[in-house]
Design a protein around this ligand. Structure first.
Ligand code: MEV
Length: 318
């Protein structure tokens, strides 16, 4: 049996970091994908993982021999093996158009595509809760204390208001245009999440005030995104300032934010864990090319994002 799946990337419009502590996050699935092909082989032996980016690994008796970047995938395969009725060997091929370490949820997208493809071996219609639980096994290896927001976006698609351990609500997409600007700096989600956790220890009052403010902003953006671009943009910029207070911005991200706003964007903020990665910019048709030009002048590449309504899905194999 051969199964091919693809799952989308995501951008967080508001609520990264605070979502880890139980506050809401607003996230959109976007039109960049990772793909996983799983082949079942009717014999015993090590499972094989072949990643276009990280190379080849073998999973033998629960342990991975190969690049450590494949550990999250090995964990998903092991948990699948232990919890489901499949007995045999697996060959897994992974490729992705999502830039890794950019804040676009590359690891969650791959984990979801793999979890879905594996569960498809044993279920006609893999239950969403099982896909979520299995993909989270990989995310727990990849990041410290993942909230699940990236995973839910890759499973469900669309625009989602998500609260960890509680659930999510699907929302209507707005009419504004989201531009994604790449700082070109790779960053590490685990490091950024730990940095915020250490602020919680050292300065609990500042931490709590900041988190509550981000939470208010997230809920407010989710209400105005469809109707009031000016307010949504200002709230995004305010969110960026609060993320800076948490210590997850830097001068490159700040300069992308202010360049965008001074050239006509409604607002802008870092998206994802921060420390590098991407900036999300809200613009309209009129100011789009001006903002793109301004970003070019500071050597920043940007692209217009399209929200996709469908999450993880099967693909035809040729
Ligand atoms: C990462 O895309 C978003 C963070 O909030 C971490 C998480 O929610 O797991 C920084």
């Amino acid at each position: 049996m051969r199964i091919s799946c693809k799952a989308p990337a995501k951008v967080i419009i508001s609520g990264e970091h605070s979502v880890v502590y139980g506050y809401p996050a607003l996230v959109a699935a976007v039109d960049v994908y990772s793909r996983v092909i799983v082949e079942t082989i009717d014999e015993f032996g090590p499972h094989e993982i072949c990643s276009e980016k990280y190379g080849i690994g073998k999973v033998i008796g629960g342990a991975l021999s190969g690049p450590s970047a494949l550990k999250p995938l090995a964990k998903i395969i092991n948990v699948f093996n232990e919890s489901e009725s499949f007995r045999g060997k697996l060959k897994v091929r992974v490729s992705s158009d999502i830039p890794p370490a950019s804040g676009m949820g590359s690891s969650a997208s791959i984990s979801v595509a793999l979890a879905y493809a594996l569960l498809k071996i044993v279920y006609d219609d893999p239950p969403e809760e099982k896909v979520f639980k299995l993909a989270m096994e990989g995310e727990r290896v990849a990041h410290a204390n993942p909230s699940g927001v990236d995973v839910i976006a890759a499973i469900k698609g669309g625009l989602i208001l998500f609260v960890k351990d509680k659930g999510f609500e699907k929302l209507e997409a707005g009419s504004g245009i989201f531009l994604l600007a790449d700082s070109g700096m790779e960053r590490n989600t685990r490091e950024m999440v730990l940095k915020v956790a250490s602020l919680k220890e050292k300065e609990p009052d500042l931490f709590n005030i900041t988190m509550r403010s981000i939470s208010d902003i997230t809920v407010k953006i989710s209400r105005v995104l469809q109707s009031d671009m000016i307010e949504a943009g200002k709230l995004m910029t305010l969110n960026h300032l609060l993320l800076s207070l948490l210590g997850v911005s830097n001068s490159r991200l700040d300069s992308i934010v202010w360049t965008s706003i001074s050239s006509g964007a409604y607002g802008a903020k870092l998206t994802g864990a921060g420390g590098g990665g991407c900036v999300l910019i809200l613009v309209d048709e009129k100011s789009l090319s001006q903002v793109e030009e301004a970003l070019k002048s500071i050597n920043v590449k940007s692209r217009v994002l399209k929200t996709v309504e469908t999450g993880v899905r099967l693909e035809e194999l040729d």
